[in-house]
Design a binder for this molecule. Structure first.
Ligand code: PMP
Length: 456
């Protein structure tokens, strides 16, 4: 038997029992909401459990699988790279593959502004580096971020997190302030103090899928530059075609000083991230030969990550995934608007390309209002969960609740989905919303059940 197969088959315990070694609280949540499947295989936009059931993946590993899971071209490139016995991680060297990828990223995403790259192992590490570089370049300590912002969960990135739920319990973080999205006067007021090293934002916010007004980001960048504050665009989730463009910043005509990318760049195989930034910032950080590794990491430029990234960029280009994201995004939006006309549970549908937030709200009819109010009395985040759960249990579609205390379901499917996936999703959501209409229906029973679980 092959080695990996043997490891998998030799396990005496269930996947859930073994997960107790990692995060038993998350294990309990998975069981409660019916996400405790044992997935054994994946292909494209599909996952398969140990009973052979197929699931449509509208989560894409939080945006990692732009090209779909286990893409044959990325797999082949990885196998080839392994067979070449490459001299990865020499450390005291200038690895060719990293140089090739850096050049490609600068050509694609530098736009003549950002001409230097630092490679990381994750999205949060890219943002950590960006914040650190901004401190060095401006000699300022404070940061500005947006309400609902999410930039990762290590201490630096957590300091610019716009959600109290994530920050609470971790004591004092880096000095930062939060400003509301689309509010230029508050931003201007803060910037005028000239204390802020950087303003960091997601061009489309992951938590809630909030989309800035067209002129907001442009004006914000202008104000930052007038006040000596650097601009960091976190494109960890939005980058690489998710919004139908290579970068979401392109929708808003802004050129930040620093851009961070990660997630999809990995092809879903080897973690990788990158900071693209201006050469003058580089010179402030790596200011002398004895400071040449003042910011560095062990695995950042590893050959397999570079190969995954280079091949993923090829696949996204060759398969026209940006155009597909735009077309499928528009199709899904059109179909969801029809559903919104039918179900007054849906209050708003926000999307750019294939990044979707479906927001629910208190319906008009008296009977449905009662359901809405009861569910919200039980828990503020419960309603969206009551949509996500039957989508999974009855229709085998993975989606997610967008954030704490939000009535928003988020969709982040692979960029290679087709009309069949779109239609299946819309029909499934229609069915789930039909069930919400009945106060004695399955959705309501599920709410009661969940509340019981929460109490125990
Ligand atoms: N920034 C954004 C916008 C993200 O969506 C995420 C991950 N969801 C991160 C940063 C953090 O990335 P990672 O989980 O790789 O640290």
């Amino acid at each position: 038997m092959k080695h990996v197969t043997e490891i998998i088959q030799s396990s005496k315990e269930s996947h859930l029992k073994l997960f107790d070694n990692i995060n038993p609280q998350l294990g309990k949540v998975l069981s409660t909401i019916g996400f405790d499947k044992n997935f054994v295989r994946a292909q494209g936009a599909s996952l398969f459990d140990d009973k052979g059931n197929e699931y449509y993946d509208f989560l894409a590993g939080y945006g990692v699988f732009a090209a779909g899971r286990n893409h044959p071209k990325i797999k082949a490139a990885l196998k080839e790279a392994i067979d070449l016995d490459l001299s990865s991680l020499v450390q005291m060297d200038a690895p060719l593959l990293a140089g090739i990828l850096a050049e490609r990223l600068i050509n694609m995403f530098g736009h003549g502004v950002r001409d230097t790259v630092f490679f990381t192992n994750s999205g949060t590490e890219a943002n950590e580096g960006a914040l650190k570089f901004a401190k060095a370049a401006t000699r300022r300590d404070r940061f500005l971020c947006l309400e609902h912002a999410f930039h990762g969960l290590t201490l630096g990135s957590l300091s610019v997190n716009g959600n109290a739920e994530f920050r609470n319990g971790f004591g004092e973080l880096l000095p930062s302030e939060t400003v509301p999205l689309n509010d230029l006067s508050t931003l201007e007021e803060k910037l005028a103090t000239r204390q802020f090293a950087a303003f960091i934002f997601e061009p489309v916010q992951g938590k809630g899928v909030y989309i800035p007004e067209k002129s907001y980001l442009r004006e914000a960048v202008k104000l930052c530059h007038q006040c000596g504050t650097l601009v960091i665009a976190d494109e960890v989730q939005t980058g690489l075609g998710r919004t139908g463009r290579w970068l979401a910043c392109e929708h808003f005509d802004v050129e930040p000083d620093i851009i961070t990318i990660s997630k999809a760049l990995s092809g879903g195989f080897v973690p990788v991230g990158a900071i693209l930034y201006k050469r003058d910032i580089y010179h402030q950080v790596f200011s002398r030969m004895d400071r040449c590794v003042v910011h560095s990491n062990t695995f950042g430029k590893n050959a397999l990550a570079m190969v995954c990234a280079l091949t993923t960029l090829d696949v996204i280009e060759e398969e026209g995934l940006l155009q597909n994201a735009r077309e499928m995004g528009d199709l899904l939006y059109e179909k969801l608007v029809l559903l919104k006309n039918k179900h007054d549970w849906i209050k708003d549908i926000r999307h750019v390309g294939l990044m979707f937030g479906i927001e629910f709200g208190r319906p008009d009819s008296l009977k449905k209002k009662l359901t809405w109010d009861t569910v919200h009395k039980l828990d503020k985040s419960l309603f969206a969960e009551l949509i996500v759960m039957p989508l999974m249990s009855r229709h085998r579609i993975l989606t997610q609740v967008s954030g704490h205390h939000q009535d928003i379901v988020k969709l982040l499917p692979p960029l290679m989905i087709n009309e069949t996936h779109v239609t299946h999703f819309v029909e499934a959501l229609d069915d789930v919303l039909n069930d919400c209409d009945s106060i004695t229906g399955p959705v309501f029973r599920m709410a009661a059940n969940l509340a019981k679980h929460a109490l125990t």
